[in-house]
Structures are given as C-alpha cells and as structure tokens.
Design a protein around this ligand. Structure first.
Ligand code: GLC
Length: 751
C-alpha cells in the first residue's frame, strides 16, 4: 500500500498518540525508564513480526555509488522503507546519516529511528595513540578525556554508537589485536575499560555528544591458542573469571550500553552461542540491561564452528544465547520469522531482544530527535580542532615508554649541529594511525621526521634516509644511510612494524623486527655516534640484541596524528617520559606465554637448576617486565610501611612508601602495588596488580604514597569457585614495575 503524505501525517499522529498514551509523568531516572518501557510496550504492540526482526538486523553501509560518495545500495533503502533493518555500521557524516535517517522517519511505517555504529577505536578524525599506547599512560583520567574527544567528533559526524572499548586481555603478542586493548592485566584493563566507557558515553546517553559504548569481544577472544586470530580459546572457568571477564564487568558497571559477542569458542562453546556467558553471567549475575550485538558474521560462523547446520539453527542459537543484534550475517534477517513461526524461538524471546534495542534508541534520545547527530555545522566546527590535537599530543607524550637510556644519551640537546633521522618509519605518516585508523588521514599526521624538524631551530641540520624498508631486503640503502650518519652529531633510528602488521587478522609467528631493520640498527651503532632507537609497533617485539647493545630505546607504539611532535617533545627533553608497559616484552617468541601474573608451579623457574620450569637457552626473566618504564630523572623508594601486619574481616591495612625524585628534572612516576597470596585452596599468581598511583615530583621532592588494602582486594575463586578470601599470609610489593619494589607481609585471619 502506497502511503500518501496525508496518510503519513495521520499515521505519525496516531503513532505519537499511541506512544504518548502510555506516558506517565517522568520525574526521574526510575520514572523515565518506566516511561520508556511503556513506550516500548506500545511500539511492540504495533510492530509486525517482520518489523520486529528488522530491529535485530545490522547491515554495513559505506558503499561507493560510483561518485565517490559513501552511500547505501537500493536494497538497503528498500529494507529501511520496509522496517527490515534497525542499524547500519560504516555509515557516517552528518549529511549522509540525515539522508538515511529521513528515509526511516518519513518513509517507513512505524518511523523507528536507525542506529548508526562505527569503529571509533582511538579517535574519529583526531586519531589518538592506539589503545595499547594509551594504556601505557596508566592514566584512566587522561584516557577518559581522550575518549570524550572521540565522542564529540564521532557524534558530530552522525554516529551514535562505537564498537569500543575493546577490553580483551591479551597475553600473547603474536595476536595482532593486542594493539587494540589494554594489555595483560585484569586490574589495569578494568580501570581502562571503565574510563573508556565514561569518556564515550558522558553523563547521559541522550546528550548531543554522547556516544554509546560497546565493550568487546565478549569473551575470551584474547586467549586464542598460539595468538592466532579467531583461534580456539580453551580457558578454565576460574581463569575466565579471574583474568578475562573483569574488564567486561568494569565496563558494564560503568554503564556500557552494549557488548559485542566474540568470534571464538571457549572450551567448545562459541561465545556467540553461549547462554551461560551472555544470559546467565552477563545479564543474570551482573544485571546488564543493555543489548548485545554479534561480531561481524559471528552468528553465521556458528556453522563453521560446527554447532549449527544452517543459518536458521545459527539464528536460534544466537538469539537464545542472548545476542540481540546480528551484524552482517543475515541469519536473523533471513530466518528469524520462520523460526518464530515454527516455534524454535518464541515471540516473547524475540520481543525481549527488540525491547533491548528500542530501549537503547530511546535512551539515546533518537525517538525525540532522530537527527540529533546530523548537524553539518557541528561536524565542520567540532572535528580535528586545535584543542583536540593538543589533547592527542598530551596523550601521545604520556604513552611513550623509555626502555633504556645508558649514559644519558637522552634527552638530546636542541643545539646539536646536525642530526640524522633514519629508518623506514621515520617519515611515515600512515603507520602512526595504527591498524584501526578508520577515517584517520595520513595528511593529518605529524611524522617523526616532521616533528623533529619542527622542534629544532635552523641551526641544526636534519638529515634523513630510509636505510631499508620495513620488509624485504635493501642492503644498498643501509650503506647510504651509514654515510649520512657518519656526518652528524646524533642518530635517531625509527624502526618497527607497519600498521597492518597488527590489528585484526594480523597475527605474526615471529616477534622480530621485520626485514633488515635490525641490520640497519647494527650499521648505525657501528658508526659510533650517540644512537637512539625509536620503536613504532603494535605489539611487544623480541629485540634482545637492540636491548643489549643500543644505549637509548623508546617505545612509541602508534601515536596518532601528533606522533612526531610527541616523539620530538620526549627526545629533546621538553617532556620527561613516564609511560609504563601494560604488557610484558619476551626475549623470544619461543618464550611465550610470558606474563607477570603467572603461577609458581611445583618447580619454579631457576636458571641455575636444570629441572625447573624454564628454557635452557634463555634466561627465565622477560626482556622488559609488565609495568616497566624509565624516566630522565631517577626515582627512589624507601620507608615501606604497613599500618598493620594483620587484617580481619571489615578491616583494612594501609600500605605506604616514600617516593623521592633523586634526579635533576621533574618527573612522573606510576607507583604500583602488587600482592601475593602465598597459600590458597588453589594455586595463586606470584603477583597481582591491585592498585597504582601516578604522581609528579620536582627534583629532590619526596612524597609519601599510601594505598588502602581491604579483604576485597584479596578475593579469588576458591576450590569451590566461590569468590572469597582465605586466611593466610599475603606479601605486598610496592615499586616502579612488576619486577622490583619494596615488600612487606601481613596475615589475614577470618576469625
Ligand atoms: C570486526 C571486528 C570488530 C569490529 C567489527 C565491525 O570483524 O572483530 O572488533 O567492531 O568487525 O567493524
């Protein structure tokens, strides 16, 4: 039936009256949610089965219509008119989203607004450092500000919902997606997850610049065997709950509007079909009331997993597990009406999924104003602003980790007569955007070379040579670079990985520097000038030769648009580096898995005892430990004190140390507190991060840093999988990283 304009107007009035009739006066969150529930009830009562299924369908847009414009296919537009799609991803821009939303509001029967999702992983157009770099700041408040900027920009471009934060714990750097998360530790990962959700969503989802978050990939994705993406994860319930789930719980407790189910299986059950994980734990135990979207085609991939014979079975498994929206598998679109008709899924189960999605749209304010993010003026004025770039530079500065500085090679003097900036990544403006650049543009990036040139006066000659490619052999270029390096006062070599060597589908079997880059570094070292290696990479690298032989090494990850300026700020001393590693650096790929919070085993590693848990051809320690990072100043720890050597239920123990800046420049330090439960009903990690504080100290300044430990910090899943604390001795460590620090001990008794 063709709707005329007058029909449309009349229908619109009827729909509004039906929805309004369900209204009660809303005078607070509780009332507001009951008002929303009544609106949803009213809408559900008007929806056909096909329209209900439509809300559960997410389709990727962003198709070129030949004119270079990103738009939708005619089939997409017809789906919108018929109410057979509820959300698009990869559609962005105030104009494009307004055009598409207008079809839904003006030409569909029930005028339910569409939801536009996009991967805003570390910035929209102002690209920030990759999440692993941001985690190196150990500064949740700073990370929250970065995500706030991302939200302002993304919502100015018509986007309602980001598929972030990625909160997967990653202990295997072969896995390319380690770049997207916060590293190996559940506590740091939880602090970062909550900060990202707060930053994206702000105080009220209905606000103009609030971007709905999506904690992903639920769950256990980072536990892929061999670090091979999408691979099997065989994770015990205890490890799942103590290592992989805490950041998701933190994201949910911070109010994340959605979660994304992951591709992988956990011990035989694909997460996208895991009732226990999604319905029982996420919803039942944690009280999550948002909605769950599948990962791209992860519903359809239940067939590859071998737990579904066809798309209908896959759709039944996904929906019954609690996956509300199907991203790009078409299983829901093509089979859900059928499986409801044949009773494999009840209409009430379907309604619950629809309800959760409509609830998100109401909470976002899209029913009140479906065009709230479609303001071209805001898009022009709120994106890639000077303030946003300043913010990106500040985050990049704090993301840099000083790994070595023998003989105080760093900071370099600004009055050098000449400096050579060598390496395949030295003037690369694409790589600093990282593997999830999305709309990030190389032309907006300050390369390392450009940043150094901008930093130095005309009195310093800056030379550049690539020296080699990232991959492939290029010996002659190394000799050319060496000739340049011989003539200068200092040499900076920028090496690492290209952006596509990490991220999704980019697992590496080696952690070495690709290509001839290590040869290039050796050639530079042989020249005998002051040498600094700048690493640009998306994962920990096994660089034992460089670590042993090069005097100065900084880890910069992928730093985004302000890469070059931040690197120059640090190399030439305007900023004292303060980053700490959120992930362990192994000595070799063969040392994996290596992470700080490991178990002691019955034969703890002892490099002097053969029959212990070690490799005979490698020291047992990592190349760089979790939490490690140096400074241009020196920091000392002293006066470790425990407020008590006993703790009982309801008690707390105050742990304090004095931290002093014993150097001659201002410095920031991340003071870290770890515990060890010495004896439990099950084996316990040799260390667990439980708290950290970032402090700033002037030269010579001392500060007492205190932490308060309670029984809650001591809990774990005991032999019966009860979350509890057991009596016994606990060691406490406070220091600059997971391998050093002052220690004490207290006893917890439950009597
Ligand atoms: C990808 C990723 C997921 C992303 C989604 C949409 O396959 O696994 O992280 O959000 O598809 O791009």
């Amino acid at each position: 039936m063709e709707f005329t304009t007058s029909h449309n107007r009349l229908l619109r009035v009827i729909i509004i009256l039906c929805i309004c009739s369900s209204l009660t006066l809303a005078n607070g969150p509780g009332h507001r949610s009951s008002v929303i529930e009544r609106k949803i009830d009213s809408l559900l009562s008007m929806m056909t089965l096909e329209e209900k299924v439509g809300q559960l369908v997410q389709v990727s847009g962003n198709f070129n219509d030949g004119s270079g414009r990103k738009t939708l296919t005619p089939e997409h537009i017809e789906m919108i008119r018929q109410g057979r799609v509820g959300s698009f991803l990869n559609v962005f821009g105030a104009t494009a989203t307004r055009e598409i939303q207008t079809i839904a509001i003006e030409e569909s029967r029930l005028k339910i607004p569409l939801l536009f999702g996009f991967d805003v992983i570390h910035g929209y157009l102002t690209t920030f450092p990759i999440p692993l770099a941001e985690a190196s700041t150990w500064d949740p408040a700073l990370i929250e500000k970065a995500e706030r900027v991302a939200a302002v920009e993304a919502t100015a471009a018509g986007i309602h919902w980001t598929f972030a934060p990625m909160v997967d714990i990653a202990r295997d750097p072969r896995w390319g997606r380690i770049a997207e998360g916060a590293g190996e530790d559940p506590y740091l990962g939880s602090c970062v997850a909550a900060a990202r959700v707060r930053g994206f969503q702000g105080e009220d989802l209905a606000a103009e610049s609030s971007l709905m978050a999506c904690a992903k990939h639920f769950a256990g994705y980072g536990g892929a065997e061999g670090g091979r993406d999408y691979n099997t994860a065989d994770i015990s319930e205890r490890t799942l709950r103590e290592v992989y789930l805490p950041p998701f719980r933190a994201a949910v407790d911070a109010g994340a509007g959605t979660l994304m189910s992951s591709f992988n299986e956990i011990s035989g059950i694909p997460s996208t079909a895991n009732v226990k994980l999604i319905t029982n734990t996420l919803r039942g135990e944690w009280g999550f009331d948002g909605f769950v979207v599948s990962d791209w085609n992860s519903v359809g991939e239940l067939i590859n997993h071998g737990v579904a014979t066809d798309p209908a079975e896959a759709a039944v498994l996904g929906l019954k597990a609690g996956v509300d929206m199907d991203m790009e598998s078409y299983c829901y679109q093509e089979t859900l009406a059928t499986v409801v008709h044949d009773g494999r899924v009840s209409e009430s189960e379907l309604n619950e999924a629809v309800r959760r999605i409509l609830q998100a749209k109401f909470r976002l304010g899209l029913f009140d104003n479906p065009y709230k993010n479609c303001d071209v003026k805001r898009e022009q004025q709120d994106i890639l602003t000077a303030e946003h770039r300043r913010m990106a530079r500040e985050v990049a500065q704090h993301s840099i980790v000083l790994l070595k500085n023998e003989g105080h090679v760093l900071p370099l003097r600004k009055d050098l007569k000449s400096v050579a900036v060598i390496g395949p990544l030295a003037d690369d403006a694409a790589t600093p955007l990282g593997p999830w650049k999305q709309n990030g543009r190389p032309e907006d990036v300050v390369s390392v070379l450009s940043g150094i040139k901008a930093k130095l006066s005309d009195g310093t000659s800056v030379f550049h040579a690539e020296g080699c490619e990232v991959e492939g052999s290029s010996k002659p270029a190394i000799e050319e670079a060496a000739e340049i390096a011989k003539k200068v006062d200092a040499v900076i070599v920028v090496v690492g990985e290209t952006a596509d060597m990490s991220g999704e589908g980019a697992s590496r079997s080696s952690l070495n520097l690709p290509g001839d880059q290590e040869e290039l570094v050796k050639a530079m070292l042989a020249i005998g000038k002051p040498l600094v290696v700048v690493l640009m990479n998306g994962r920990p690298l096994a660089i034992p030769w460089i670590a042993a032989n090069v005097p100065a090494i900084v880890e910069t990850w992928f730093l985004g648009v302000e890469c070059g300026n931040a690197v120059a700020d640090v190399l030439f001393g305007d900023v004292n580096p303060s980053g700490k590693l959120p992930v362990t650096f192994p000595r070799a790929v063969g040392q994996l898995p290596v992470y700080y919070n490991h178990k002691n085993t019955g034969r703890p590693a002892d490099d002097h005892q053969r029959n212990t848990s070690r490799y005979i051809d490698l020291p047992s320690t990592p190349l760089y430990p979790f939490g490690y990072g140096l400074s241009y100043t020196s920091i000392s720890y002293s006066q470790f004190q425990l407020g008590s050597t006993t703790m009982e239920p309801g008690d707390s123990v105050v742990v304090s140390v004095v931290v002093k800046n014993t150097g001659n420049c201002q410095g920031e330090e991340v003071v870290q507190l770890y515990i060890r439960d010495e004896v439990g009903s099950v084996t316990r990690p040799v260390k667990e991060l439980k708290a950290f504080q970032r402090i700033s100290l002037a030269p010579g300044q001392s500060r007492q840093v205190s932490f308060t430990l309670t029984p809650e910090h001591l809990k774990f899943y005991d032999r019966s999988m009860r979350w509890s604390v057991e009596p016994g001795k606990f060691k406490v460590y406070v220091g600059p990283n997971s391998a050093e620090g002052l220690e004490g001990e207290f006893t917890y008794s439950s009597s």
